[in-house]
Design a protein around this ligand. Structure first.
Ligand code: UPG
Length: 352
């Protein structure tokens, strides 16, 4: 007979997201976990979560609604809190980002403190809290938190971290590096300077880290960790884009000067990223695995068609570049935001 007493009760928010879905797939492998997921009801979430119906309790709702969160927070041993609004939507609708990310986290803390005071809360923060590190890309957990100007998403994560650290719960915070997964191409691609050194982590490894954290509470609690894929996952953004463009059949990522910002984004290399991996041993994939994953998702015919229309597609992409628009229109305020001050000769060369 199944021993119900020993089954850990896990709450996972944001289970249909890039990281959430991988986390869910790791979690369900633990037969001794009783899993509840709480997610926003969308066509995507319903479709992705449907196959888990017989194994997992699925509750759809709004994390920014305290009453709804109170109910799902009853009698839980662990809560993995991933539900969030991420960029670019977080920048388009900062109010919604605040409501979901900050109020949602506040609601969850309140609800757990009330209904599951012994619950262990594991939270996904982001490397964006460190802000622009292009001149100093080696990042440590003790570094100052300073999201780039206008980075509403990073600001919400800083606020969430402080709410969690002040809570009465047992908690851990993972600051996620560049998690490359199913994210769609957006104008954000032009916000990251091409020479940014970045450390990626695959969604699968990230989900493994969140799952493994459950059994390592004692070693992790009341601490913040940087989470990344390690030295085999480091690449400059420019090289990353070149490889991605080639995989998609887009040729080279050959955009004109000033298409990409030169500052005020985030990312870097995690100097102390080993700390979390030494405890959890979650890393199993590297950059090659990531590109292989991308390759397998692209149908050869799609790649051929993309190749034929690559110039048109790249022209359209360039039209989405805010730094380039700012430069073309001579928008000084925006240029100051995206670009370093130019020496006169350099400017003349570009304008010619
Ligand atoms: O009001 C909302 C909005 C979103 N979601 C859910 O939140 C998840 C977000 O997923 P996704 O947009 O794919 O984000 P990820 O890339 O998976 O983001 C993960 O990684 C980010 C750091 O890289 C963290 O900030 C996020 O909290 C963490 O979920 C999805 O399940 C959404 O349905 C809600 O439950 N309620």
């Amino acid at each position: 007979m199944e021993n119900k007493i020993s089954r850990k009760k896990i709450l996972l928010t944001g289970a249909s997201g890039t990281v959430g879905f991988e986390t869910l797939q790791h979690l369900v492998q633990h037969t001794d976990y009783e899993i509840t997921v709480f997610d926003l009801k969308t066509q995507n979430s319903v479709q992705k979560l449907a196959p888990f119906r017989s194994r997992v309790e699925i509750i759809y709702g709004d994390i920014s609604n305290r009453e709804e969160v109170l109910k799902v927070a009853e009698n839980k041993d662990v809560a993995i809190h991933l539900a969030a609004i991420i960029p670019p939507l977080a920048d388009i609708d900062p109010e919604m980002a605040y409501s979901v990310n900050v109020r949602g986290t506040e609601n969850l803390i309140y609800a757990l403190e009330k209904n599951s005071p012994d619950c262990y809360l594991i939270f996904s923060s982001s490397i964006s809290v460190y802000g622009d590190r292009i001149k100093n890309p080696q990042i440590s957990i003790t570094d100052i938190l300073q999201p780039s100007p206008g980075d509403q998403y990073g600001e919400t994560k800083v606020l969430c971290e402080s709410l969690i650290a002040k809570s009465k719960l047992s908690w851990s915070i993972f600051r996620l590096a560049a998690i490359m997964g199913n994210h769609k191409i957006s104008k954000l691609m032009f916000h990251m300077p091409l020479d940014t050194p970045m450390e990626i982590c695959t969604p699968k490894d990230t989900g493994r880290a969140f799952t493994k954290a459950i059994e390592n509470q004692k070693k992790l609690e009341k601490q913040i960790f940087n989470l990344g894929g390690g030295k085999d996952c480091v690449i400059t953004y420019g090289s990353f884009l070149d490889k991605m463009f080639a995989e998609f059949g887009l040729g080279k990522a050959d955009f004109p000067q000033k298409a990409f910002a030169e500052k005020n984004f985030h990312c870097g290399i995690l100097k102390d990223g080993e700390d979390l991996n030494n405890i959890l041993g979650f890393r199993q994939q590297n950059l090659n695995d990531y590109f292989e994953m991308v390759r397998q998702k692209i149908h050869p015919l799609q790649k051929k068609i993309t190749f034929i229309f690559k110039s048109i597609i790249k022209k359209w992409l360039l039209s989405q570049s805010e730094p380039y628009q700012a430069f073309k229109k001579g928008n000084v305020k925006k240029m100051n935001h995206f670009f370093n001050p130019l020496e006169k000769e350099k400017l003349e060369t570009i304008l010619l």
